[in-house]
Design a protein around this ligand. Structure first.
Ligand code: MSP
Length: 654
């Protein structure tokens, strides 16, 4: 029988800075799925890589006084190093600066042009460079990028356009007929209702105002829009459009593109339209995962908010970090990263539940039976339930993995770990050892625990690249038949006269207080390093605005306001509608802060309000004033509040 194929991809990363733990999250999840499918006997193609063209990269390189390619060469090395550290088992790493990719993109562009799917016109609108995204005036929110909230630039240039609008109905139909296509389901509704049904506009797919990109072969003043370039990687990596497309024939269509939620739109609308135009089958699934956030705020490369995966791995080991990412956060939803939560997980799940189970089992076999179990056995009343729990765990883990529900899979696995610990408590080996006649019961009990540990280790393999091997070693299990995935379904594969060998604890317990302090210091040191590097890289200092007089300043009337109610604005990603009490009056003030504050967090806050600001219409309603916030220009935002909580609302700020 022909081996089943599985093609899985991560997004290709912008080498715009050091990757943080949020980027690692996506790649670790994809890697886990790839490992799982390999263990299930699939012929897996796991693709990752870097997205190296575009205005953003060009600007960074310029700021550093190097060519874009010299810049990306350096950063890509670091990315590859990080994937090594995290044991990312990719089969292919694509760089969009690779020759074969450039050729395929040029081929695709030309073909779409020749067949009339790409045409020349003029683009006039807005561009968000960090997102490398075009927007029309009405798509902007408060004049800023609707995706990331940052400043956009006005663009007017001659451009080639892709007939995206032509494919709108086919895409809607495809989504409606294939509910599995875009997961989780809520993302599908979002795409259909917010983007597809209101109508797609043709997409500008070339730029002329900068040069760092793939040249349009037949019109050299133009370079290919970076998203057309980037999305094509999924097929160029397989040789599509080249002399040898055997990998493409073998693996396409992809089984799943794993992507973050903010780029679902590109993958579920633009990419399918491109494939339809090329007359190619669509990927079977796009899975849009959530973001890893820190204290509710989006993680970013902006200094002060980065968690360096290298620091974390060095401290706790790759398996603990991978476990935390996959267990703590339901894939598809946002999840919070905190050092405290990480250490708690390590202590409770890894050191206590799993580590202890292994060390006390091996320890008991060593001390009660000098390291080798005898053949004589006698069953206990608890055996059947343990065996049944193990069987159920395997099928539940498989079920969850098929849906990429990593956290659920780990929860099922930990149920088995906890059940096994409970079995030890029920059978009480330390009591059994006291009577010679109990030795067959004792041997049986320890065998059951060891066998359960074997099954647990097999199920751990997709998630943890190191731990299963450490356990196998202690139980003298040779990798092969006894560690194959299918053998997790067969109870009793361990040799009856099992022998063991104690080793050091696989997950030592951590002193949480001491550790948190050290960790903060390590992270700060790594951030200080980043700042030093930035300085070294001679980035331009921010420009100061024109000076104003005290009279100018006094024109602005600032007052203390108390937020008494707050709600999300249905059609906006950014806005909260707040009821703010200022003295005796209550005003409606809209604020573009919902990425950083929930309505619940807002209520009760004493904020600073620009009081005499001309009211303006936002999302069809008037907003009376503005709530002030500090913005680091990248991804962090913090509200201005008054230091003393008893300062009454309505108080003047001067
Ligand atoms: N270059 C594009 C992707 C092109 S794919 C054809 C891009 N690159 S990126 O480097 O900005 O982001 C890569 C991935 O990292 C995205 O899927 C994004 O969602 C993910 N993440 C970035 N920060 C993240 C978190 N804080 N949490 C989870 N994922 C995060 O977009």
């Amino acid at each position: 029988m022909e081996q089943k194929k599985f093609y899985i991809t991560t997004p290709i990363y912008y080498p715009s800075d050091k990757l943080h733990i949020g980027h690692s999250y996506c790649t670790v999840a994809t890697d886990t799925m790839a490992r799982y499918k390999r263990l299930r006997g699939y012929d897996v193609m796991f693709l990752t890589g870097t997205d190296e063209h575009g205005q953003k990269i060009e600007r960074i390189a310029k700021g550093q006084g190097v060519t874009p390619k010299a810049y990306t060469d350096k950063v890509v090395e670091g990315i590859k190093e990080l994937w090594k550290t995290l044991h990312i088992s990719y089969d292919k790493f694509i760089r969009t600066t690779d020759d074969y990719h450039i050729k395929t993109v040029q081929y695709i562009f030309k073909r779409l042009y020749d067949q009339g799917d790409i045409y020349k016109s003029t683009y006039e609108g807005w561009y968000c460079t960090p997102c490398e995204s075009f927007f029309t005036q009405h798509q902007l929110v408060d004049g800023k990028c609707p995706d990331c909230g940052r400043e956009v630039e006005k663009v007017k240039e001659e451009s080639y356009f892709f007939r995206l609008s032509k494919y709108q109905d086919r895409i809607i139909k495809h989504m409606e007929e294939n509910p599995e296509f875009l997961q989780p389901n809520t993302r599908q509704n979002e795409m259909i209702n917010n983007f597809l049904k209101p109508g797609l506009e043709d997409l500008a797919v070339s730029r002329t105002s900068f040069t760092w990109g793939i040249p349009v072969e037949f019109d050299p003043g133009h370079i290919v829009y970076v998203w057309i370039d980037a999305l094509s990687n999924y097929i160029s990596a397989l040789g599509y459009g080249s002399g040898d497309d055997s990998l493409f024939q073998k693996y396409w269509p992809a089984d799943v593109h794993v992507v973050g939620k903010e780029i679902v739109r590109f993958h579920s609308i633009i990419w399918p339209a491109m494939l339809m135009a090329l007359d190619l089958p669509l990927p079977k699934q796009i899975f849009g995962h959530g973001w890893l956030v820190i204290n509710g705020g989006k993680m970013s490369k902006s200094v002060g908010n980065v968690v360096d995966p290298n620091v974390l791995v060095e401290k706790y080991g790759v398996d603990a970090i991978r476990y935390f990412l996959l267990r703590e956060i339901a894939f598809g939803q946002d999840g919070n990263f905190s050092n405290e939560a990480l250490i708690q997980r390590i202590n409770s799940d890894l050191a206590n539940d799993l580590g202890n189970l292994v060390s006390r089992t091996v320890g008991m076999i060593e001390s009660y039976f000098a390291g080798t179990l005898p053949e004589d056995r006698s069953a206990t009343e608890y055996d059947a339930d343990l065996v049944q729990t193990a069987k159920t765990a395997v099928s539940k883990v498989e079920e969850a993995m098929e849906k990429m529900m990593f956290s659920d899979a780990l929860t099922e696995l930990w149920n088995l770990i906890r059940r096994t610990n409970k079995y030890i408590d029920e059978t009480q080996p330390w009591i059994l050892i006291k009577e010679e006649q109990n030795r067959p019961v004792l041997a049986n009990a320890l065998y059951h625990v060891a066998e359960s540990i074997r099954i647990i280790s097999i199920l751990l393999q997709p998630f943890m690249p190191n731990t299963p091997q450490l356990i196998y070693k202690q139980l003298h299990i040779e990798e092969g038949e006894l560690t194959a995935w299918e053998s997790a379904k067969q109870w009793g594969k361990l040799p009856k006269t099992l022998s063991v060998e104690k080793a050091k604890a696989i997950f030592p317990r951590i002193d949480i207080k001491k550790e948190l302090k050290q960790l903060e210091e390590a992270i700060q040191a790594s951030q200080a390093n980043a700042i030093a590097n930035q300085k070294e890289n001679k980035q331009e200092p921010p420009k100061a605005l024109e000076e104003i007089t005290i009279d100018d300043f006094c024109k602005v009337q600032l007052k203390v306001g108390e937020v008494i109610a707050s709600e999300k604005v249905a059609k906006s990603k950014k806005l909260l509608k707040n009821q703010v009490k200022i003295g005796d009056e209550v005003r409606v003030i809209f604020s573009g802060i919902s990425q950083w504050y929930t309505p619940e967090e807002m209520v009760g806050k004493k904020v600073v309000v620009a009081y005499n600001l001309k009211p303006r219409k936002m999302m069809g309603e008037m907003s009376y004033g503005m709530i002030l916030a500090a913005d680091d220009g990248a991804e962090r935002l913090s509200l201005l509040t008054v230091d003393k909580g008893d300062m009454p609302s309505g108080a003047d700020i001067s």
